[in-house]
Ligand binder design. Structure first.
Ligand SMILES: [Zn+2]
Length: 169
């Protein structure tokens, strides 16, 4: 592990214990360069287990692939590497996991994606927001970048709802 203080990747585990009913291992480590201590947590990787509440009130299981697909469509022909798109998804998932326990609205997911995407690529953001807006009223997402929408309007991706399990493929 890279030391959070001096960035050296050379440490020694000084204590290791199970927490969270055995679902998590907590390790105390000491950096062999600066001697400072830090803690790491090791967990089994679990997918996000949330119900997504659709606009009509029905629920579907959260699906990472749907989100990935939606963002990929918005990023069509944009210079965004796939890993970057995955990072967007990871960031949204991190937000979801830390803020919601059982269920989350599709609108909340959409807004979060838009927020993250906006920092990555303006055009993809606007495309995403404009598609998204057709089924969830998110008001003024679009206004600030009307010109970008118009320039990219010819290749706005599919008009379907990205989070309600429908697909045009
Ligand atoms: Zn260090």
């Amino acid at each position: 592990m890279r030391c959070p203080f001096c960035k050296e990747d050379d440490d020694k585990v000084i204590d290791s214990r199970s927490t969270d009913n055995g679902r998590c291992i907590r390790r105390r480590r000491r950096c062999l360069r600066c001697q400072r201590r830090f803690t790491t947590y090791e967990r089994i990787e679990e997918g996000v287990k949330l119900s997504v509440i659709k606009r009509d009130g029905s629920r579907v299981p959260y699906n990472r692939d749907n989100m990935l697909l939606g963002i990929q469509r918005a990023a069509y022909k944009r210079p965004i590497p796939f890993e970057r798109i995955e990072q967007v998804v990871d960031e949204v998932e991190e937000f979801l996991v830390s803020h919601f326990e059982k269920e989350v609205s599709s609108q909340t997911i959409g807004e979060k994606i838009a927020e993250v995407l906006r920092r990555v690529d303006k055009v993809a953001y606007v495309r995403f927001a404009s598609v998204y807006r057709q089924f969830e009223d998110v008001g003024d997402f679009i206004e600030e970048a009307q010109d970008v929408i118009e320039r990219s309007a010819h290749d706005i991706p599919g008009q379907q709802n990205l989070f309600e399990g429908k697909s045009d493929s």
